[in-house]
Design a protein around this ligand. Structure first.
Ligand SMILES: [Zn+2]
Length: 300
């Protein structure tokens, strides 16, 4: 936070253009011959004559916020063990909640974009946990309904299904039910892997394609090496983020939060400073977001 805007600009340049040690390259024609201006922090390509800035064509394009504040936001985001809420960020940076909300979602998208289409292999733990769709019980006991029955539920409940390689990466996906996740699991878990799962019926279909070991949690948490403890510890982190930080994780963005937590879980032993560089680099090498660009100006 002690950085001046000029120093922050130099940091952004070196992170975005790592290969040329911070020398700008035109994002349109990849030309390295570039004019820089004294008065403003922008560049002009000698090849195509177009002007560009350090955030052009990145997830932070069309920003109004100072680079210094964006760097501070990334640092604050990375430092939160259970995540960090947009409301807190808006107070930290003295910006609008809406700005903080979109900024954080852009960082989440950038981090998640490096993870899509990944595969896991070897020993893979699979499990699901349900989020959202809370039904408040009625005040008087006699008015309360059985919230497990379908017609009482509001249809907003979603399940996060996790594929977690033991001592490896974590891939979360969101579905309406665990059964709906089978084809995605088959796509992302390499053939020949061993799958560990609990004894929920949803996972029966996996036996056809993988060596699948099950553990009945009402008997034991770990039975002869069959356990889903790594998967459970991921859910523990998501649950803590939900209860402790965000209070409510809306169904539409559940996948973003799950991906963020997977990133935190996979990088839990990586130092703060390094995480900060990873996150900034991911943001500056991710294209303009289709979902989050102009989010508050969108036609609903
Ligand atoms: Zn150019």
């Amino acid at each position: 936070m002690r950085m001046t805007e000029g120093e922050a600009f130099e940091t952004f340049k070196t992170i975005r253009w790592v290969e040329t040690e911070g020398k700008p390259i035109c994002p349109r024609c990849a030309c390295a011959a570039v004019y820089s201006y004294k008065a403003r922090r922008i560049f002009k390509c000698k090849g195509c004559n177009k002007q560009f800035s350090v955030t052009t064509d990145t997830i932070f394009a069309s920003r109004k916020m100072e680079i210094r504040n964006i760097l501070a936001a990334i640092a604050i985001f990375v430092n939160g063990a259970k995540g960090h809420s947009a409301l807190q960020l808006s107070r930290d940076l003295d910006c609008q909640y809406k700005t903080a909300f979109v900024l954080y979602h852009k960082i989440r998208e950038a981090l998640a974009s490096k993870e899509t289409n990944q595969k896991v292999s070897g020993e893979v733990e699979i499990d699901g946990a349900y989020f959202g769709g809370y039904i408040k019980p009625a005040n008087y006991k006699e008015h309360r309904l059985d919230r497990r029955t379908r017609y009482v539920q509001n249809g907003k409940r979603r399940v996060v299904v996790i594929m977690r390689e033991r001592n490896g990466r974590t891939l979360p996906f969101v579905f309406k039910s665990e059964v709906a996740s089978i084809s995605t699991i088959e796509k992302h878990v390499a053939a020949g892997s061993t799958i560990y799962a609990d004894d929920a019926n949803s996972w029966d279909a996996l036996h056809a394609k993988y060596l699948t070991k099950r553990v009945n949690h009402s008997v034991a948490y770990s039975d002869n090496g069959a356990c889903t403890n790594m998967a459970e510890s991921f859910f523990s982190r998501v649950r803590r983020a939900e209860i402790g930080i965000h209070h409510h994780i809306a169904g539409a963005y559940l996948n973003s939060y799950a991906a963020e937590m997977a990133w935190r879980e996979d990088n839990r032993r990586v130092s703060n400073g390094e995480l900060y560089l990873i996150a900034t680099n991911a943001a500056l090498t991710s294209p303009v977001s289709r979902q989050w660009k102009g989010y508050w100006q969108r036609a609903v």
